[in-house]
Ligand binder design. Structure first.
Ligand code: MN
Ligand code: MN
Length: 454
């Protein structure tokens, strides 16, 4: 079914949709960072009987394995009947989401308030992140290698932190500024304490916080240098709307496609081709680095897997990658009726119309886009119709309105066929993103249909 509202389809299957939504809500509520998404993903892999690739001596059809990279990437595979050189069916999503990261020297005191200084990560509209409860997640790694996990703000009795905003009574001048300037990057400082330490003249409030950090976590100020702490919205994902048709949460982009992609691989029995879900980091900042989609890691994993099935050659690796088909599982911008002017309606994604395929992304004349082959799209149409999947197609807004990119073009560099396919989102990149429950479930079904038939 192409471009139709699909709640009708689910009149009788509402239970599956809701059960899936509950499991997904739990996943994003726990997976507030890429490390935590990997942790949750590994749990799901283990529950489904997957073994870690590094513990495996050989691979044969039907084997189920997963690989982890720097605690920030996860790939899960079910080995198919055909050799790897004939290509894989890959679902690729990213598990990093826009947020604020603590700077390396974050701690300071001002007028007996203690603050943590941040540098924002990815594209955020800064004014959306003030005056809301925030949580702190991440790791502090000590010089001796011990890693201390931080998770403050989501347990029922936890305190929250946040960024204060100026009162309306005194905001006359501030409100004259443009929206991009009204809150500046250096203004995103997190208030975390206000009790001064007794008998301390110099920075008594900061010293009190340092004492607390030492007592509770064994962290010294200098340890922030080797820490990675992310400031994210506090609170769990929740049903949205009086009819509970939607989910409000932080990080739907792109954990909604990561979860559905991973579940699709875990829940699909052995296929003719090897199936794969790969979850990457750093998409929101250009997919660079050891844990981004541009990293050699994924290629290395495939090389490793070939060597566990047959005599390895470089040519076999290249063939395996070039013969693969991939859905770059990433979210689309849903049409928001409050802001219709940025969209071109007949090429827009709608919440409640199922998974959305984007032939291309990019901006200003498709610049930077992947632009999937029509031959590949025709195959997908055939699969979606055969499996009765509801799907739609879209562009990211009106021509010359803006734009964006995904990991699609990076994997396409191996000469594999890649297209973007994911869940439409409202308020994307905000602290409270919104998706439709039927789209989440339909994406899961679409990913499974792709794995089974590609
Ligand atoms: Mn994305
Ligand atoms: Mn994004």
């Amino acid at each position: 079914m192409y471009q139709e509202y699909i709640w009708k389809k689910y009149k009788t299957q509402e239970k599956q949709v809701n059960t899936f939504a509950e499991n997904y809500k739990e996943f994003i509520s726990k997976g507030k960072t890429e490390r935590l998404c990997v942790e949750e993903g590994i749990k799901l892999c283990k529950e489904a009987g997957f073994k870690e690739l590094k513990d495996v001596k050989e691979l044969k059809p039907g084997d189920k394995v997963y690989a982890v990279n720097h605690n920030k990437n996860l790939a899960a595979f079910v080995i198919g009947d055909k050799p790897l050189t004939e290509g894989l069916s890959i679902l690729g999503a990213h598990i990093d989401s826009p947020r604020m990261d603590l700077k390396q020297n974050p701690l300071y005191e001002n007028e007996t308030f203690t603050y943590l200084d941040t540098h924002y990560y990815g594209g955020i509209i800064k004014y959306q992140w003030v005056s809301i409860p925030l949580a702190l997640y991440g790791v502090v790694v000590k010089k001796d290698g011990t890693s201390i996990s931080i998770a403050i703000g989501d347990a029922p009795n936890d305190p929250v932190v946040g960024i204060t905003d100026l009162l309306i009574h005194l905001s006359g001048e501030k409100l004259q500024k443009t929206a991009s300037k009204v809150i500046e990057g250096e203004g995103l400082d997190i208030l975390i304490g206000s009790i001064p330490l007794e008998d301390e003249d110099k920075e008594p409030s900061k010293k009190a916080i340092l004492k607390l950090l030492k007592d509770k976590y064994n962290i010294e100020e200098e340890d922030f240098v080797s820490a990675e702490i992310e400031v994210v919205p506090a609170g769990l994902a929740r049903d949205f709307g009086l009819d509970r048709s939607m989910i409000a949460g932080y990080g739907h982009d792109d954990r909604v496609c990561a979860y559905t992609s991973l579940r699709a691989v875990l829940d699909t029995p052995k296929c003719t081709k090897t199936t794969c879900a790969v979850l990457v980091d750093k998409e929101e900042v250009g997919s660079i680095g050891a844990t981004g989609a541009s990293s050699m890691w994924f290629e290395n994993v495939i090389a490793e897997m070939i060597s566990l099935t047959e005599a390895y050659t470089d040519l076999k690796l290249r063939k395996a990658l070039a013969n693969s088909y991939m859905l770059s599982s990433d979210v689309s911008a849903g049409l928001d009726p409050l802001y219709p002017s940025v969209m071109e309606r007949k090429n827009s994604a709608f919440l409640g119309k199922g998974i959305c395929f984007n032939k291309y992304t990019g901006s200003r004349g498709k610049s930077g886009c992947n632009d999937a082959q029509p031959e590949f799209i025709a195959k997908l149409r055939n699969i979606m119709d055969k499996e009765e999947i509801c799907y739609q197609t879209s562009e990211l807004g009106r021509v010359d309105q803006g734009g964006g990119g995904t990991i699609a073009y990076i994997l396409a560099n191996y000469n594999m066929n890649v297209i973007d396919a994911g869940v439409p989102v409202l308020s994307m990149h905000s602290p409270m993103e919104i998706v439709s429950k039927v789209d989440v479930y339909e994406a899961y079904l679409a990913y499974k249909a792709f794995l089974k038939n590609m």
